[in-house]
Write a protein that binds this ligand. Structure first.
Ligand SMILES: [Zn+2]
Length: 449
């Protein structure tokens, strides 16, 4: 480096960006079933001000171009915080929409063969890039992700997440039994790989490590104990796994762990339940399990399209909410059939409707934005338009096509409008995704580097 360069390091110019549109976010958690809520912050035809990637405020008047503001006018469009998908599998884009199986068949027939390919670093890298670009093209700007058992698959995701500046939580999958040999690790090598990945990626930029036992059946008690020890040694680590998704799976876990009180208890007794633990599904839980989740602060990722597609069961959201358990929303692709959080919200509504309950657009959208950020302990960073948060923002058409357009014209009131949007929209409504104020997807121009 020349002495001139070291004396005057290049300072990037202050980026001042203002987006105009109908801003919608939450300042708190809406009550179940409540259509009128003070937790909603709707600011129609308002400018969202972003400075150096962070939200600086909102105002009705356009900011002054002479002060360096770049104005992007999306008036008549809906602007939301980017969605947060709290449970999704990168390598399973290749098996999305696979016919005719329940969980255990589906893993053996479709998923495990697809995951074997990720041993190849080139496959893992291409897969990670394609996967994160797909998330951004669906309006999802942050995610908690399963790669495969291969260390390179986690590396590839961290690398691709860093390139895009995304909040990404992931970690090498732990599996040391009951899977094809090509997908098995062992306790010692898995621990080494985790420690190495943690030291190099955890806490770097917006990346965080999640200790990732796939699910109880594919880890020995010794491996689960190792995973619990990693969590106890560093409370800043996340943990992700699956629990009580499918009845056959629950029966199998009871056979494999005969002394455990329940499936959830397998995790609790080794220290895997804590405030940074995310457990996908949680359909077949009992009240003791719900209390254990609430006590530990561990949270559930509700995966409605996956639960319907694989025929796993109907998630009892209110029972968990009443017990004080945090619930966020997840696509669980490839068990789920779409990365679109609106499609998953619509499925969430239908799952609750079958049980005679009604999910408001407010509870659904909250769970997919601020609620997820709160559950992850990251609400100071994302999930809403509070001043100082990183500007993870998506711009949506209120309606696409004649049916949605006609519906949007006759809506009465804001909840009806947003609910119809939630039911009728998908990734085709997305115009722009911004991550920390940078355009990362634009419908007109494809992906932005
Ligand atoms: Zn899953």
């Amino acid at each position: 480096m020349s002495s001139a360069a070291s004396q005057s390091p290049r300072v990037s110019p202050l980026q001042k960006l203002a987006l105009r549109g109908d801003l919608l976010d939450f300042v708190g958690e809406p009550a179940w079933g409540e259509l009128e809520t003070s937790t909603l912050r709707f600011q129609p035809d308002t400018w969202l001000l972003i400075e150096n990637g962070r939200v600086q405020g909102t105002q009705v008047q356009a900011p002054d171009v002479a002060e360096g503001w770049e104005l992007q006018d999306f008036s008549g469009r809906l602007i939301l915080p980017g969605f947060i998908d709290t449970h999704v599998h990168c390598p399973q884009l290749d098996v999305i929409a696979s016919y005719g199986a329940e969980l255990l068949d589906w893993l053996n027939t479709y998923t495990f063969p697809a995951e074997c390919r990720y041993a190849d670093p080139a496959v893992a890298e291409r897969g990670a890039q394609r996967f994160l670009d797909a998330l951004l093209a669906h309006g999802t700007t942050a995610a908690v992700v399963f790669p495969t058992v291969h260390k390179v698959s986690a590396e590839a995701l961290f690398e691709a997440g860093a390139q895009r500046g995304m909040r990404l939580i992931t970690g090498k999958v732990l599996m040391d039994r009951n899977a094809p040999a090509a997908l098995l690790d062992d306790v010692a090598s898995a621990e080494r790989d985790c420690l190495d990945l943690i030291s190099r990626w955890h806490g770097r930029e917006r990346l965080a490590y999640a200790v990732t036992p796939r699910f109880a059946p594919t880890s020995t008690p010794e491996q689960l104990a190792m995973a619990g020890a990693l969590c106890r040694a560093d409370a800043s680590l996340f943990m992700q796994t699956h629990v009580a998704e499918n009845r056959e799976e629950v029966r199998w876990v009871a056979e494999l762990f005969p002394t455990a009180r329940s499936y959830l208890d397998v995790y609790e007794r080794v220290g895997l339940l804590h405030p940074r633990a995310l457990l996908a599904h949680g359909i077949w839980l009992d009240e003791t399990d719900r209390q254990a989740l609430a006590r530990s602060g561990a949270q559930i990722s509700f995966c409605p399209s996956s639960n319907l597609f694989l025929g796993s069961g109907l998630f009892d959201w209110p029972a968990l909410a009443q017990a004080g358990v945090k619930v966020s929303l997840a696509s669980d692709v490839g068990g789920g059939t779409s990365l679109s959080m609106q499609r998953n919200l619509l499925d969430a509504y239908k799952v609750q409707a079958l049980a005679g309950r009604r999910l408001t657009a407010w509870s659904g959208l909250y769970a997919a934005t601020r609620g997820a950020a709160e559950a992850l302990g990251l609400a100071q960073e994302m999930g809403h338009f509070g001043v100082g948060t990183l500007a993870d923002v998506c711009v949506w058409d209120w309606a696409q096509g004649p049916v949605a357009g006609a519906r949007d014209e006759v809506v009465r009131g804001l909840h009806e409008r947003v609910f119809a949007w939630m039911c009728l929209s998908d990734e085709r409504n997305l115009l722009r995704s911004y991550v920390s104020g940078k355009i990362r997807y634009s419908r007109d121009e494809g992906m932005k580097g």
